[in-house]
Design a protein around this ligand. Structure first.
Ligand code: UT7
Length: 330
């Protein structure tokens, strides 16, 4: 089967990681854990933590400015900003609107997408829709997360996993054969309580009892999430490859969501992609939720691991439960 003609392409990328490094050794002082346990079970050595006064919009804006500079795009030229985040600065208005104001992108429509760790691919697909329908010429897709603001720093099962960071891409109409060849998004709300924040919304509003039992923070059924992740990433990987008319042999680089080294290895094994064709940076950043894929894409480009014409395959899963995959020709 021939690959479909792409409707949109990513013309530039950018990332922002806060300077502050939190090592496993420092976490040993906070909770009952060890560097050896975290490394062996997750592959994580350290993660980044944003300063208290920096939110998701500011981190996203820093990544976006780099992508926009590289794309030679001025803020006023952006037609739509789609922000993927599970850690909005405020519940109202959207983080995208705050980010729009920081950038001075006064001609754009801006909104958030809430699909947790799958959010970047959801947002990219939304941007593709705007451009394909002729509603936009230039889209900015940003994935930005301040996970340190929503994890329970007394829960050793979750606090060791996450980190802060942001990635951004500028998307335009594809001109040739490079661009987004396929994408696939799915969700299953029946699995919502595998990974969630039980309180703090309108159904269980924030009050003293919520603060006391910390139910406004992330709760996770780790082993169940692990099993679902392996299953759903395999399905998403197959679907996007099939829609792109490709097989795993055509893929130059697999960019999986960076949640756990053992979960990263699963879609690689499923698609028979050797580990040297899999991008990994979980050791340095941990799980930055929706931001892992655009951060990894930006780093892979910087490291010269992607050449013109290469086919890339991104695969993600996250709270919701959501899962997603995309195949790109660079
Ligand atoms: O983007 C999606 C985000 N979420 C995920 O990707 C999470 C997916 N799940 C995982 O990555 C893994 O399930 C974890 C890393 C969370 C846990 O690894 P595991 O190999 O599934 O461990 P487990 O839950 O089976 O726990 C094994 C033991 C338990 O002790 P006991 O009951 O055997 O005595 C845990 O209490 O490890 C203990 N444990 C820890 N020990 C030291 C759990 N967390 C820690 C810790 N340090 N941080």
């Amino acid at each position: 089967m021939k690959s479909p003609k792409p409707l949109v392409e990513i013309v530039a990328t950018g990332r922002y990681l806060p300077d502050r490094v939190l090592t496993n050794f420092e976490l040993q002082k906070l909770v009952d854990t060890s560097d050896a346990w975290i490394r062996e079970r997750t592959g994580i050595r350290e993660r980044r933590i944003a300063p208290p006064d920096m939110g998701a919009a500011e981190m996203g804006a820093r990544a976006a400015r780099i992508a926009m500079d590289r794309a030679w795009v001025h803020p006023g030229e952006i037609d739509v900003i789609v922000v993927a985040t599970a850690t909005p600065d405020r519940l109202l208005p959207s983080t995208a609107c705050d980010l729009q104001a920081l950038l001075g992108a006064g001609n754009a429509a801006a909104y958030d997408v809430s699909a947790a760790c799958s959010g970047f691919i959801y947002a990219l697909q939304a941007a593709e829709g705007h451009i394909a329908a002729g509603r936009a010429e230039i889209a900015l897709v940003v994935a930005t997360e301040k996970m340190s603001g929503i994890v329970d720093w007394t829960d050793r099962q979750t606090c060791v996993l996450f980190g802060d960071g942001a990635g951004a891409v500028v998307v335009r109409k594809a001109t040739e054969s490079s661009g987004l060849l396929s994408s696939y998004i799915r969700s299953d709300g029946n699995l919502a309580e595998l990974l969630w924040r039980p309180a703090g919304g309108v159904r269980v509003p924030m009050d003293a009892a919520v603060l006391d039992d910390r139910s406004h923070l992330v709760r996770m059924a780790g082993r169940e999430v692990f099993k679902s992740a392996v299953r759903s990433m395999a399905e998403a990987a197959d679907q996007a490859l099939m829609k792109a008319g490709l097989t795993s042999e055509d893929i130059a680089l697999l960019i999986p969501h960076q949640a756990n080294m053992r979960i990263i290895e699963a879609p690689a094994k499923h698609t028979s992609i050797p580990l040297d064709k899999v991008f990994v940076n979980i050791d340095r950043y941990g799980n930055t939720s929706s931001a892992t894929i655009p951060i990894a894409l930006d780093e892979a480009l910087e490291q010269g691991r992607i050449r013109r014409g290469d086919r890339l395959h991104a695969v993600a899963f996250g709270a919701g439960y959501t899962w997603a995959s995309a195949v790109l020709r660079w």
